[in-house]
Design a protein around this ligand. Structure first.
Ligand code: ATP
Length: 255
């Protein structure tokens, strides 16, 4: 263990601590002895060439794929020993590349059905719960720029709005760690800008991990960038640092 790892792992402020993480598919290590740490209120962007292991890292954190060895600590809990739904309940939200919204429901209904069922409302009377849900839906709709579209069926939203709605469906559960896989793919320039704004707003209460190929967008949001290559960290640090790293230029940015 090098001194950087020792210093990092002793700091209790990390929301997420990934250490020595490896997953082997029939002997092929898609993620290979990976360690990284995410702070509270941090936007971490993971970049790297196709097949670098980016999506597999998110799959491991959310419990969709089981680690072969290593540890994933989220606020003192060991995620590698937990099931996917337990990890969601512990406060980890994950958005996949393709939106999985309900096209035939309205924006309001999509958000409403994502409101956590077990969440207690003071006084727990039905009308109180209904009011709490409504207020929360309204609040989230404003954050995702869809407050004027609450009654619209999701199928009529633009591609970008559908992506925001899915982010809203995760936000309503108030995750402390939100993971997004290529959130601006297929978006217009103005939608990309608004998505950067959205991420910079929601970060106040949580940490976010984003996988992204759009370097302009990465520049707009990343507090720190982790560059993956062949399941390992090739480079890590500020956008300026990784952009100037000859290794990163050689395997990724120069292409
Ligand atoms: N379930 C699996 N079984 C076997 N191999 C897998 C599995 N999941 C991923 N892989 C392999 O692991 C490697 C990493 O894949 P991954 O999807 O994590 O890369 P990525 O960095 O997200 O790439 P991209 O930018 O193309 O999405 C690839 O070679 C992929 O084929």
């Amino acid at each position: 263990m090098n001194s950087q790892v020792i210093t990092d792992s002793m700091n209790k402020d990390f929301v997420l601590a990934v250490e020595g993480l490896t997953v082997s598919f029939d002997g092929f290590k898609a993620v290979n002895d990976l360690s990284f740490y995410v702070d509270e209120n941090e936007i971490r962007v993971i970049i790297g060439p196709n097949g670098a292991g980016k999506t597999t890292v998110l799959d491991l954190i959310c419990g969709r794929t089981k680690a072969t060895t290593g540890s994933i600590r989220f606020k003192e809990r060991e995620l590698t020993r937990m099931k996917e739904h337990e990890i969601v309940r512990a406060g980890v939200g994950r958005k996949f590349q393709n939106p999985s919204i309900y096209e035939d429901l309205t924006v309001f209904e999509n958000l409403e059905i994502s409101y956590p069922k077990g969440r207690s409302v003071p006084g727990a009377l039905t009308f109180r719960r209904d009011r709490a849900v409504k207020e929360r839906v309204q609040e989230v709709a404003e954050t995702i720029f869809l407050a004027d579209q609450l009654d619209q069926r999701a199928e009529y939203l633009s591609h970008g709005q559908k992506q925001w709605l899915e982010i809203g469906m995760l936000l309503i559960q108030d995750p402390e760690l939100l993971m997004l896989d290529e959130p601006v793919a297929g978006m217009s320039v103005s939608e990309r800008k608004k998505t950067a704004e959205l991420l910079n707003t929601i970060i106040k209460n949580r940490s976010v991990i984003v996988i992204e190929h759009d370097m302009k967008f990465v520049e707009d949001i990343a507090h720190k960038v982790t560059v993956l290559h062949q399941g390992k960290i090739l480079s890590e640090g500020s956008m300026a640092k990784v952009q100037a790293d000859p290794k990163v230029i050689e395997v990724y940015l120069g292409h």
